[in-house]
Design a protein around this ligand. Structure first.
Ligand code: ADP
Ligand code: MG
Length: 624
């Protein structure tokens, strides 16, 4: 039999290796930033176009490369950082595999310009899909500039697999933050599509954190410090009252390398035990220094996981150090942990009977005006009719076209147009034409399910999922048809976000505006909102935006991603009525009718069943 085993040609081997090293633009950013740091740079500039899909360029003022080294750097397993296997256990550099440049050059158009200190001229190399197109002398400042264009130009499948720009940009920013947080002594800058996202001068750790996450961060930080034989801990935790429900900034660095560790995260969470509101996550920036010989960073190709020799000891130390810091800054006694922002939503029917004194600001009040203020277009019904508490409010602006398709016939025909009578001006529904309370055709079970009769038997609806479906279709329609209605705010709402978050919001602006948001200026880390969709209240805005940011972050690859879709899903998720909320007859009817007016009433936006039916036959069988 003829021999059939051959060595793969280099460019094929490189492309395969690239699969491991380069998953998305953010991986390129990470590798190049780390190379610049290893080269001893004191200033590093990152330029990104279209979230890195078109261009990623990194300019450093590090030690540069000689003519020969420049050519060598693109070879696989070519590195200046280790020479023997022993070096692996005493790593002081970020890189050591010698794979990054070879892999990147295999899947993109790369241009390298580099000049070492003292050399008169530099070297320029152009390489595409592992093929060198040019190598020549050039004039260039000391240091290295590497640009990576058209990532995955030769692997369309991978290019298509990339997510929307907002998601890819989020990943790029994540890498940029991780690297720049690990090196406050290096100045960093980042630009996206000509706009400046970050300008981080050299400074100390606290200044770096504040520069990245905004001026307000300063007062939120509690310092953490501990030194033992096996470990030094440095850094900050965020005061528990500033922790976020859906997302938090969680950064662990071990020997200046960002790592992820569920185990150590647990240690921090344990230290916060009893201090965090329910479901909130602790935020922290923690820097651990250990002897390099006691860790193995080699267990994962993208190197964010790490193996420690003595994890248990680290866990215990970390927990007690943070507990101590929190105690020392007497965080605990001043907090009121029972307060839950969900109490601010109009869905809290549990408190219905109790009238809590509340300061209501009448935004239309004008002391110089004698006549009664005219009704403003977007006045919310709860001012007029406290008992309705805003449930119908969710349907303001929803056109009655929604009643068009109804696949299910209800036993008792309710005249659906009445259900939507609450128009834009917030007029109350005409109770007399709605079904009266005692001839109810729906029933609520465990404050979670709505039971209703249908011709063939009965239907049991999950109220939360059903409402998600209704809102989802409504938002989707608004975003695509651009017919949403806004309520103008007399006083703009100002919310503080980090630069990253603002960049993401910027990407989503058009979509958000179509749902009814009206944005004002962004200055520094403050976002101004001048108008909001009629379907939400001011107090829900931060919740909606937070949820949205976190959904984009956790976007799952196989869900047929589209930004519009995520936006609609996310808003529906945060605004849908939760389980545990009691709904009055009218709200129940309303929900049932709206659900069956949906295009796809049977599943929630996340593909879960919204209702189950039980036919008379099913029942008869059960009674046999
Ligand atoms: P590694 O970082 O694992 O050594 P890379 O493929 O990332 O592998 O880089 C290969 C080599 O190219 C490095 O070892 C280094 O000598 C050189 N190099 C890469 N980037 C730079 C840079 N920005 N400045 C100076 N030298 C660099
Ligand atoms: Mg490297």
């Amino acid at each position: 039999m003829a021999d059939i085993i051959k060595l793969l040609p280099d460019h094929v081997a490189n492309q395969i290796a690239a699969g491991e090293v380069v998953q998305r633009p953010a991986s390129v950013v990470k590798e190049l930033l780390e190379n610049a740091i290893d080269a001893g740079a004191s200033t590093i500039k990152l330029i990104v176009k279209d979230a890195g899909k078109t261009l990623i360029q990194i300019i450093d003022d590090g030690k540069g490369m000689s003519d020969t080294d420049a050519r060598m750097s693109f070879e696989r397993h070519a590195t200046s950082k280790i020479t023997t296997a022993d070096d692996l256990f005493n790593l002081n550099t970020k890189g050591f595999r010698g794979e990054a440049l070879a892999s990147i050059a295999a899947v993109a158009h790369v241009e390298l310009k580099t000049r070492p200190e003292g050399a008169e001229v530099g070297t320029r190399i152009e390489i595409e899909g592992s093929k060198i197109n040019a190598q020549e002398v050039c004039a260039t400042p000391k240091g290295t500039s590497l640009s990576v264009k058209n990532l995955f130009f030769n692997i369309p499948a991978r290019r298509n697999f990339l997510k929307s720009n907002s998601v890819e940009l989020r990943h790029v920013i994540d890498e940029f933050q991780r690297v720049s947080l690990a090196h406050p002594d290096i100045a960093f800058a980042m630009y996206h599509n000509e706009g400046e996202l970050f300008q981080l001068p050299q400074g100390n750790l606290k200044q770096r954190i504040v520069n990245i996450f905004g001026g307000k961060t300063n007062e939120k930080l509690v310092p953490v410090q501990e030194e033992t034989d096996i470990l030094t801990i440095n850094g900050f935790v965020v005061k528990p009252e500033f922790s976020k429900k859906t997302r938090g900034e969680q950064f662990f660095f071990v020997n200046d390398r960002f790592i992820k560790s569920a185990y150590l995260n647990h240690a921090v969470t344990a230290a916060f035990d009893g201090l965090l509101p329910e479901r909130a996550r602790a935020s922290y920036f923690l820097y651990l220094k250990v002897d390099p010989s006691t860790i193995d960073i080699n267990i994962h190709p993208t190197k964010t996981e790490i193996k420690f020799d003595d994890e248990h000891a680290l866990y215990a130390m970390l927990r007690s150090t943070i507990k101590h810091s929190l105690g020392q800054f007497s965080i605990a006694p001043v907090l009121d942990f029972n307060r839950d922002s969900e109490l601010d939503t109009p869905y809290d029917y549990k408190n219905k009977g109790i009238v809590t004194p509340k300061i209501e600001v009448d935004r239309t009040f004008n002391p110089f005006e004698n006549v009664a203020p005219p009704k403003r277009g977007a006045q919310r019904p709860e001012f007029e009719k406290p008992s309705a508490a805003g449930w119908e409010n969710m349907y303001e602006g929803m056109e009655s076209q929604a009643t068009a398709v109804s696949t299910m016939t209800f036993e008792k025909e309710v005249s659906t147009p009445d259900m939507f009578e609450s128009g834009l001006n917030g007029t109350m529904q005409n109770i007399s034409t709605s079904p009266s309370k005692d001839e109810s055709s729906t029933y609520q079970l465990n404050n979670k399910y709505i039971v209703s009769t249908i011709k063939s038997g009965m239907v049991i609806i999950d109220q939360h999922r059903a409402h998600q479906r209704v809102l989802y279709e409504e938002f989707l329609r608004n975003i695509t048809v651009k017919e949403s209605v806004s309520q103008q705010l007399l006083f703009p709402l100002t919310l503080a976000y980090s630069t990253t978050e603002l960049a993401l919001i910027e990407e989503l602006k058009a979509g958000l505006e179509n749902t009814g948001f009206i944005f004002g200026t962004i200055s520094g880390d403050i976002l101004e909102i001048n108008g909001i969709p009629t379907s939400i209240t001011e107090s829900q805005v931060p919740v909606v935006i937070d949820q949205l940011l976190s959904d984009l972050e956790n976007e799952v690859p196989d869900s047929g991603f589209s930004q519009t879709d995520t936006l609609a899903k996310s808003m529906a998720k945060s605004l849908a009525v939760k389980g545990g909320v009691s709904l009055d007859n009218m709200s129940r009817e309303h929900l049932v009718n709206s659900l069956f007016a949906c295009k796809e009433p049977s599943i929630s936006p996340t593909n879960r069943k919204t209702f189950v039916t039980m036919t008379s036959e099913d029942l008869e069988r059960k009674f046999k």
